[in-house]
Write a protein that binds this ligand. Structure first.
Ligand code: FER
Length: 291
């Protein structure tokens, strides 16, 4: 969906309270910032997302896999780093989009290729493969019509990711197959998915990030059923913009993790529900992976 129509859609519950009630969408809580709600790291430096002529470029390609979960062939985008070596096993970051997006959203809005190429050229990240699947696990996975009506398909994606996407990647690319070699992160609906699936499968992922996670995020006691197990993650990153109407979801998750002594990064940065924030998250999160 185009960004503008998306913004209009997000604003609907505020201007049309009846429509919001009819469509059964949760109302946003007013934004209240507490003492913990501040940046954990400085903003990315100027130019981190600008294409540079002097750096080697990775490649982004579309691959198609058979989804036993959805029963159709599905597409995803895969970034391989510059000089991709078919023998070296690379770690993998699975990177998930939002409710208005698809498998290309992170490239369009997040310039993932440019950000990764720059980080690698500056030796700020470990060479990795970045897999951008389509998290709307249903036969028509385009972001069409009322995207909120298809929120359920984002839940179904758990099976698609674990049973179809990951096995396909692991037989197609030179990648690591251990939990420490797999990271899962996403924005908004994809943030909720990443927290739900990542914390739900600590045997599969050791690095998990939720950027501006949406109300699909499980309630804390369902999300973190075993705090000791969650504490074994190599990285648990929770972030949100300080002007994002969904920040209460991330605040709730942070509060519970803190109460249960689960180590995590809680990063509240200036900004709203948009790619200025998510690009910055990618820049910071990617640097901390696979170290
Ligand atoms: C909601 C508000 C926002 C919701 C999902 C979103 C499922 C997702 C936003 C995004 O992905 O950007 O109430 O409910």
């Amino acid at each position: 969906m185009r960004r503008l129509s998306w913004i209009v859609l997000l604003a609907l519950p505020f201007v049309l309270p009846d429509a919001s009630a009819q469509q059964n969408r949760p109302r946003r809580a007013p934004i209240e910032l507490g003492p913990d709600d501040k940046p954990a790291v400085p903003a990315a430096p100027e130019g981190f997302d600008a294409r540079r002529d002097d750096v080697p470029r990775g490649k982004i390609e579309t691959v198609e896999y058979d989804s036993s979960t959805v029963g159709v062939k599905r597409k995803m985008r895969v970034y391989t780093p510059p000089g991709y070596d078919e023998k070296a096993p690379y770690p993998v970051l699975y990177l998930l989009h939002g409710i208005g997006g698809d498998e290309e959203e992170w490239e369009r809005g997040g310039k993932v290729g440019v950000v990764m190429d720059n980080l690698l050229a500056d030796k700020l990240a470990t060479p990795m493969i970045v897999v951008m699947p389509n998290g709307r696990a249903q036969p028509n996975d385009r972001a069409e019509g009322d995207v909120f009506r298809h929120a359920k398909a984002f839940e179904t994606f758990e099976g698609d990711l674990l049973k179809d996407v990951i096995p396909f990647i692991e037989k197609t690319y030179a990648v690591r197959k251990d939990r420490e070699g797999r990271a899962l992160a996403g924005l908004s609906m994809g943030g909720g998915q990443s927290l739900n699936f990542g914390l739900g499968h600590p045997d599969v992922f050791a690095w998990v990030g939720g950027f501006s996670s949406a109300p699909n995020t499980r309630p804390p006691d369902k999300l973190v059923t075993n705090p000791e197990e969650a504490a074994k993650l190599r990285l648990l990153w929770i972030s949100c913009g300080d002007k994002d109407g969904l920040i209460n979801i991330s605040q709730r998750t942070h509060g519970y993790l803190k109460e249960k002594n689960v180590p995590h990064v809680w990063h509240v940065e200036p900004g709203g529900h948009d790619f200025a924030v998510w690009k910055d998250d990618l820049y910071h999160f990617a640097q901390r992976l696979f170290r």
